[in-house]
Ligand binder design. Structure first.
Ligand SMILES: Cc1ncc(COP(=O)(O)O)c(C=O)c1O
Length: 437
C-alpha cells in the first residue's frame, strides 16, 4: 500500500485542509463493512462512505462488470448515439421506481441529478404552455449538492453565503427540525405536518402561476438527519397537486434501500413528479446520477418540442457505459441478496441501539429512520461543531467511521450491516463521546 509523501498539492473538498494535513486520516483499502487505514487498522464503516456504498465494499460482481465493460466498450457518445446498457439500466430503474416514473435522464452525481431535475421542471412548464412558472422552492437546511441550482434551492448557510446571489426567483419553506417537541422521536416525529402549509403561504405571496417546482429531501440527511414529521410529505404533495406545482424528491440518500425500499417515495407512500438519485445507484464505484420523471413530463416535452431536440441538456458522460455496467451489477446485488429487506430488518435494531445512548453526556437528541440514525451533541460553548468533529476523530482512532455534520453525528452503514456491527457502532461511539470534553 503506497503512502503519499506530500499532501500539499491536493485541495480537499469540504475539508479543513490545514488541520487535515497536520493529522491526516488516510484510507488505503476497503472490504465489506470495513475500511483499512494507512496504519493497517480495520475501521468499521458506520456511514457507507458518504451514504453511498449501500452493498458494502469491494463487491466482486461490480468489479467484474466494470472490467468487462472497459474491455468491450469503454465509451460511447451519449448525444445522438446509444449503447445497450443505458437503455437496459433505464428500464431496470423504471421497474423499481414508483409507477408512472418510466423515464430516466442520466448524469454523473447527485448535484447534476438535481440540476437536471430543476432544468427539466422549468423546460416542462414552458413546453406545456406555462412559461410564467419559473420560480423554484426549496427548504431551509436542505442539501441538494453544490451546483448553482442545488445551492440556490438548498438551505445550508455555509454552502450558500460565499457564492453570491445564486439563482434568482427562489424561495424556501421552513425546515422541520423542532427539538422542543420532537426530541428523541423514534422514527418520524409527531409534530410539524403543518409546516408544509408554508407552501400555501408562498403561493399566496408569489401566485401559483409563477411557481414551477418544489424540491425537498424526503428525509433530510446532510443537514444532520431530519426525518419528516408524520403527515408532512402528504400535505406537501396535496398542496403541489392543488396548485399544479411539480414536486421533486431529492432521493440521493434515500433511494436504493436506505429506508428498506427501493425509494423513499415507496417507503412514505408519496409519489412525486421527479426523483433525483445517485450514490447507491452504482454502490459508489463509478460516479453516476439519475433524474427519473413521470411519463407525462417526458411525453409533454416530446409532444410540445419547438425544435428537433426536446431537451437542450446533457453531459459528456451521461449514461457512461462503465457506470451503467456498475449500476446494473449493483441492482443485481440488491435484488439477489435482498438488501432492501435486510435494511428494513435492521431498522428497528438501529433504532433501539441508537436510542439506548439517551442519557450519555452531552447528547441532546437522537433521531432515526430506516438505516439512518443521528446523535446530536450539545455544542461546546460558542464553538459550534468542535465537539462533533473531535468525537468523529476519536471514533476513527477507536476503529469506527461516523460522519459529523456540525455537532450531529450521523450513521448510515451499508445495508449488509448485521446486529453485532450495529452494537459495535453504538458502543464505540458512546465511548468516544464520553472521552471528548
Ligand atoms: C440529498 C442530496 N442531494 C444531492 C447530493 C449531492 O450529491 P453529489 O455529492 O454526488 O453531487 C447529496 C450528497 O450528499 C445529497 O445528500
Amino acid at each position: 500500500m503506497s503512502k503519499p509523501n506530500n499532501l500539499e498539492s491536493l485541495w480537499m473538498p469540504f475539508t479543513p485542509n490545514k488541520t487535515f494535513k497536520k493529522d491526516p486520516r488516510i484510507i488505503v483499502g476497503a472490504k465489506d463493512m470495513h475500511f483499512i487505514s494507512e496504519d493497517n487498522r480495520q475501521i468499521l464503516d458506520g456511514t457507507a462512505g458518504l451514504w453511498c456504498v449501500n452493498a458494502g465494499h469491494g463487491r466482486k460482481k461490480i468489479q467484474e462488470a466494470v472490467s468487462e465493460q472497459l474491455e468491450t466498450l469503454d465509451y460511447s457518445p451519449p448525444f445522438q448515439f446509444g449503447h445497450p446498457k443505458q437503455f437496459e439500466l433505464a428500464n431496470r430503474l423504471a421497474e423499481i421506481f414508483p409507477e408512472g416514473m418510466n423515464h430516466v435522464f442520466f448524469s454523473n452525481s447527485g448535484s447534476e441529478a438535481v440540476d437536471s431535475a430543476l432544468k427539466i421542471a422549468l423546460a416542462y412548464q414552458r413546453a406545456r404552455g406555462h412559461a410564467t412558472k419559473t420560480r423554484l422552492i426549496g427548504r431551509e437546511r436542505g442539501y441538494h449538492g453544490v451546483g448553482f441550482g442545488g445551492i440556490s434551492v438548498g438551505g445550508m448557510v455555509k454552502n450558500r453565503m460565499y457564492f453570491g446571489s445564486m439563482l434568482s426567483g427562489v424561495d424556501h419553506l421552513r425546515h422541520t427540525h423542532n427539538p422542543s417537541v420532537n426530541a428523541y422521536s423514534h422514527g418520524q416525529p409527531e409534530h410539524g405536518a403543518e409546516l408544509a402549509d408554508d407552501l400555501e403561504r408562498l403561493v399566496q405571496l408569489h401566485d401559483a402561476s409563477t411557481v414551477a417546482a418544489v424540491i425537498v429531501e424526503p428525509i433530510a440527511g446532510s443537514t444532520g438527519v431530519l426525518p419528516p414529521p408524520k403527515g408532512y410529505l402528504q400535505r406537501l404533495r396535496d398542496i403541489c397537486t392543488k396548485h399544479d406545482i411539480l414536486l421533486i424528491f431529492d432521493e440521493v440518500i434515500s433511494a436504493f434501500g436506505r429506508l428498506g425500499k427501493a425509494t423513499g417515495s415507496d417507503y412514505f407512500g408519496i409519489t412525486p413528479d421527479i426523483i433525483c438519485c445517485a450514490k447507491g445507484l452504482t454502490n459508489a464505484t463509478i460516479p453516476m446520477g439519475a433524474t427519473v420523471v413521470q411519463d407525462y413530463i417526458y411525453e409533454s416535452m416530446l409532444e410540445n418540442a419547438d425544435a428537433p431536440i426536446e431537451l437542450f441538456h446533457g453531459y459528456t458522460y451521461s449514461g457512461h457505459p462503465v457506470a451503467c455496467a456498475a449500476a446494473l451489477a449493483t441492482l443485481d446485488i440488491y435484488q439477489d441478496e435482498g438488501l432492501f429487506d435486510n435494511a428494513a430488518k435492521m431498522s428497528p435494531v438501529i433504532e433501539q441501539a441508537a436510542h439506548s445512548l439517551k442519557g450519555t453526556k452531552n447528547i441532546t437528541d437522537i433521531r432515526n429512520l430506516g438505516v439512518i440514525a443521528a446523535i446530536e451533541l450539545e455544542p461546546r460553548g460558542s464553538t459550534v461543531g468542535a465537539r462533533g468533529f473531535e468525537t468523529m476523530k476519536k471514533a476513527w482512532e477507536m476503529g469506527l467511521m461516523v460522519r459529523a455534520n456540525g455537532d450531529t453525528l450521523a450513521f448510515s452503514p451499508p445495508l449488509i450491516v448485521n446486529e453485532s456491527q450495529v452494537d459495535e457502532m453504538f458502543t464505540t461511539v458512546k465511548k468516544a463521546i464520553e472521552q471528548v470534553d
